[in-house]
Each structure stands twice: as C-alpha cells, then as structure tokens.
Design a protein around this ligand. Sequence first.
Ligand SMILES: Cc1cc2nc3c(=O)[nH]c(=O)nc-3n(C[C@H](O)[C@H](O)[C@H](O)COP(=O)(O)OP(=O)(O)OC[C@H]3O[C@@H](n4cnc5c(N)ncnc54)[C@H](O)[C@@H]3O)c2cc1C
Length: 445
Amino acid sequence: MAKAIVVGGVAGGATAASQLRRLNPDIEIVIYERYDDISYGSCGMPYYIGGDIENRDSLMNMTPGKFMEKNIFVKTGHEVRSVNSEENTVTVFNKNSGKEFTDTYDWLILSPGGSPKQLEAVKDAEQAFSLHRLADLDHIMSYIEKNNVKESVLVGSGYIGLEVTENLTERGIHVTVLQHDERIYKNIEADMNGVLYEAMTEHGVTLKLNTEIDYVDGKQAVLSNGETINAELIITGVGIQPNTGFLNGSGVALHNGQIPINKNCQTNISNIYALGDATITHYQHMPAMLMQAALAWPAHRLAHIIANQISGDKTITHEGFLGTNIVKFFDYHIATLGLSEKEAADVPHFVVDQKQKNKSGYMKDAAPIHVRVYVSVETGIILRAAVVGTAGVDKRIDVLSAHTRLGGTVYDLINIEVGYAPPFSSPKDVINMVGYKAIEKAQKL
Ligand SMILES: Cc1cc2nc3c(=O)[nH]c(=O)nc-3n(C[C@H](O)[C@H](O)[C@H](O)COP(=O)(O)OP(=O)(O)OC[C@H]3O[C@@H](n4cnc5c(N)ncnc54)[C@H](O)[C@@H]3O)c2cc1C
C-alpha cells in the first residue's frame, strides 16, 4: 500500500493528513509529532489566558483516537531526526522507548513549523515562558494560578506579544512591555501605530522602549536602562526560527533555514512536499518576490493543495500569498496585506491615504478608519495596504485582499460595491474613496 508520512501534527500536518484521507481512502498515512499534543488551535491560546475562551479543551481539534477512526496513525512523542531522500526513508526517535527506527514513505509531507527564539538573559528563570505550544499555555496558566501573579513582563511586541499583553491585562495582571528598539509592532507604519500607544496608556500597560532584560534576579528583572522591575512572570515573544535542522544532509534545499516550495507545494525533491511556518514562497501579486507567511490560514490552504496533488489532481496549485493579516489590541484593529514597507520602497509606487468614518457619519457609533495603500506606478495594483480603526477594519482588509488577489487595480476600487446601509458603511465607502483619490493622483504623475 502506498504510504504518506507527515512530519508535525499541528496546524499544517494534521490538516494535510485529514485532507489527504478525505480524498484518498486507500493510502497509509502516518503522522510523526515530537511532542504530546496534536491538532490544536494555537491562535486561540492568548484568549484562554484572558478568559474569552472558557474551556481549554475547546482548543483541541483532533486527538490521536479521532485520527485513528479515519485510519490515520498518529505517533506522538516521535521526532523525525533525519530524512534520506534517495532511499525514501526517515529516521525516527521514539522518546518513550528511547529507541530510533527507520520508516519508509512514498510521499513525505513536512510541516515542522518553527520554535520561539530564546532570550539568553531569561533562559534560567523559572518564571520565563514563551507561548507557542499548548504545553506552554498549560505551564503559563498553572504558574499564574499557583503564584497568584500580579506583575508580568512581556518582551517583544509582535502580534503574539500584543495579544498576550491584552489578555494578561484582561486577567488583571499588570504588564510591562519591553521593546529593544524605539518602535513597537513594526508590521504597521510608524505614523499609523499611535493607537497602540494610546491603548497601552488607556489600559494601564507600561511600555519601555529601547530596553531589554539584562538579567533576572529572583522575581525581579534588571533592565538595560539600569532599572529593576517586578517580574513575577516573563513572557517572551521575539520571533520564531524554522524547525528544519533535521533536514540537513537530506537533499531537501533550504533558503535561510526555510523550505522553498513550488506551485505544487513540492520541495526540490518531487515526492517531498512542505507547508506551514517552515516554508518560504512568493507573493501572489508580485511573483518575483519571496515571502514567508507564518500564519495559520496559509498552512490550511497548502494542506488542501498537497492533498490534491498527491491524490492526482495536479490542477489545484499554489499561486503565492498576499500575507493578509489582522490583529486586535484592546479596542483597536490593525491589518495589512502585501509587501512590507521596506519591500515596497524598492518598487516604484505612490501612496494613497484615506481617513473617514467606518459608517455614515451621522450614526452615533461611527468611528474613524484609516486606509493606506501603496500603488504600483506601472500596473496600478495594490502592493501593500494598511488599515487601522476600531471597527470595520476586517471588512476593508478583506475586500482589498480579495480584490488584489483577483488582479484588481486600485482604480477599480471605485466600482467595488460595498454593502451599504448607515450602520455598516457610507455611500462612498473608504474603499471607494481610495480608488477616487488614486485616479486623481495618477493623473498628476
Ligand atoms: C500564540 C499564537 C497565536 C497565533 N495566532 C494566529 C492568528 O491569529 N492567525 C494566524 O493566521 N496564525 C496565528 N498563529 C500562527 C499559526 O498558529 C501558525 O502559523 C501555524 O500553527 C503553523 O502551522 P505549522 O504546521 O507550520 O506549525 P505548527 O502548528 O507549529 O506545527 C508544527 C509541529 O511540528 C512538530 N515538529 C517539528 N519538528 C519535528 C520533527 N522533526 N519531528 C516530529 N515533529 C516535529 C512541532 O513539535 C509542532 O508541533 C499563532 C501562533 C501562536 C503560537
């Protein structure tokens, strides 16, 4: 019987296995996962800390038992240590027995994700955690409860850092955010991120810029600015690195540690596929430019493609990603898509800004929304978009994402039919206004 081996059993790996079984009842499928938990919703974890999610088990999608019902074998506590792409074998270490063995595959699906980068200064502190796995969440929650934590330090201000800051605050724990340089959440433009600082002030979060932890002394952290602060709990969120060390010597090509994939989601070796945070691909709207979308939905999209490819439908292919993303920080919503600001700077473009209300201005809860787009001078497509507000941000970024994905230009935005009634939008929605302004600007170029 033909056999697929999947490395990694959470977002990408578990989804790829399920999709493959749905399309293909006959092949053997084995998932190797080095830790104990599989198929859980990482994205929900911050919201369990804050209480928006009441039941921890609702984060679990599948169990090895439920997979077995689909005839998918899940081996937890099994780490794939090496791949031999000439022999079509993997070497697997069984953490429970301490023994290593070899398994063979016809197709290998790699979804090993990434691991949080560690901070040297806190590595020996018992109160220091990162939030990446379900086990991390359990450790953080039990530490908070046992020690009745009231003061915490959050190192880093990426989207996970922001979500954890909000949720610790919701739990009644004071947070001091440390950012090693002078700007938080660099995914959004420096002149659009003022709402983050406002939200921190409004909710009593302390922010220290240009500050790092030098060392931890008991329940205190000594900072690079000379201050000593209470640090009953320290959570670090300073980025991830791909878990691809086991591919060294395998023949699978890597690019800065990440796995490049082609339109079939294959690596450079035709029967080895890859998806998820460990992969690198290209922008859908700028195919010559590489991008990495370490987010849940790209993993799910690629899982679907891989399952179809392996099952024989070669027409379903990967066309790259826009990297559309959104984060909530207290009352504020921040979303972007497309190139980073730095990447956009290298492509001839002009910028259109539009600030107006998210709905008819006479509605008492109308709120400001700010949309910025970077428009390719050559093609008129939106290279990058950024949207900030307290309501309606998701609607606007999703419209811009779908429009750009389908090849629409900024000028076509005047024709977008945004669902309008006063509680939702205005007859000239912010999206339409961006289009009008872009036409005007382009005429003057
Ligand atoms: C707190 C948090 C919040 C998030 N919020 C969002 C969000 O709001 N929106 C969004 O789109 N994304 C979000 N994400 C990101 C999203 O969860 C990831 O993009 C997604 O999980 C990536 O899937 P993956 O399969 O590549 O990696 P993972 O889901 O990390 O799975 C990889 C698995 O592979 C295992 N593994 C690694 N190496 C081996 C090996 N050699 N042998 C066996 N097993 C191995 C690992 O142990 C791990 O369990 C969030 C992530 C976190 C941590």
